[in-house]
Write a new protein. Sequence first.
Length: 429
Amino acid sequence: MKRGVMQRLKHRSRRRPLGATHGVAGRYNLGMIARIANDMAQYIGFGAADAENIRALRPYLLKHVSDIVERFYEALDAHPGARAVLEGPEQLNRLKQTLSQWIESLLSGDYDENYWSRRARIGQVHVEVQLPQHYMFCGMEVLWGEFQRITVAEGVPEAPAKLRSLHKLLTLEVGVMLETYKDNLSQKVRSLERSAVHEQLHRAEQLAQIGQLAASLAHEIKNPLAGISGAIQIMRDATPPDDPHQPILAEILRQVTRLDGTVKDLLIYARPKPPSFEQCRINELCERVVTMLLREPKLRRISFRSQLQADLPTIQADEAQIEQVLINLLLNAADASRENGVVRLTSSNTGGNVEIRVIDEGVGMDEQTVQRAFEPFFTLKSKGTGLGLPICQKIVEAHGGEISVRSEPGLGTTVVVRLPQEPRKDGLR
């Protein structure tokens, strides 16, 4: 075969130019499709004699096209996975008509570049309807079985040779379907990735603007807030203990303290300090934080249980920042816990990392909420700022570590923090 098979099988009738897309997706190279088909044809020995054999089969098989189509979709309907791609009777009727046209074209005997360009559309459709490709192989086997059955039943002369030619063509069809499916799927994945990156960049820009605004506001509020707090404390101390205004002054101080905490969170998130690394004993830090939290009256409704690995190695970390992470995580777990609930704090050594887990048996979160858990200003608490977990994430990542959340509604939440024993340069922000 010195000349390409496609060149020897050129359609004698007027053809569309090769650049015509025939509805083919995206920027797929239609010339490449023809070259792939030509390469496979040479490999399996599909030539002009095979095309003539298929033309000879055409009148015998076309009489049964409707039966072949019905058998094809009966087999498809028998399998839930394949049936799932069908959206209703209207789509099914369209697909049956399309398959009928596909079979008629298959038996035409004309297999030039335009023929394979039109076939490229099939891969795009399979991607659009999300058809698992193993069903394509199964469907082709159903068609092949019907073609064999009808050819034998019709008493076609020299049936074995004609069927061998048809089988070669079906092999080419499968190869082109797979190639175009792969290309269309790759294009779709790249498009989704580009969209995701664009969305992330857009969101990062928005959060940066919000962070700058929040930092400016927090800075402007911080000093006046300190003055208000000092003035209220002076008024409280100058007021007799039994004065009816004492509860009001106490409530004002509580709200000022809460507002001060919000301002501090905003400043920490918007202008985080780089960690100051030093020797840090995680177990000692965990015990100290738990002891401190146990003094809080609102946390006495739950129990803290610690399971700390005895031989945990010392790590390089900013102790004050890691303490803040532990406090945030344990307070979150306590807030999510039911009355008399249990919050567990564990530590372990996992392959060069120190792993800390905070586990609660509280209300839990659904998948959508988990995905937004580290989103700044996102919170389900009535009095939360939505900055606790984002701050924890920034601190952990600044240490070259990782933080993740696993949760299930009604069963509770587990937050996992992994910190390297030595700070990683690529983890610093």
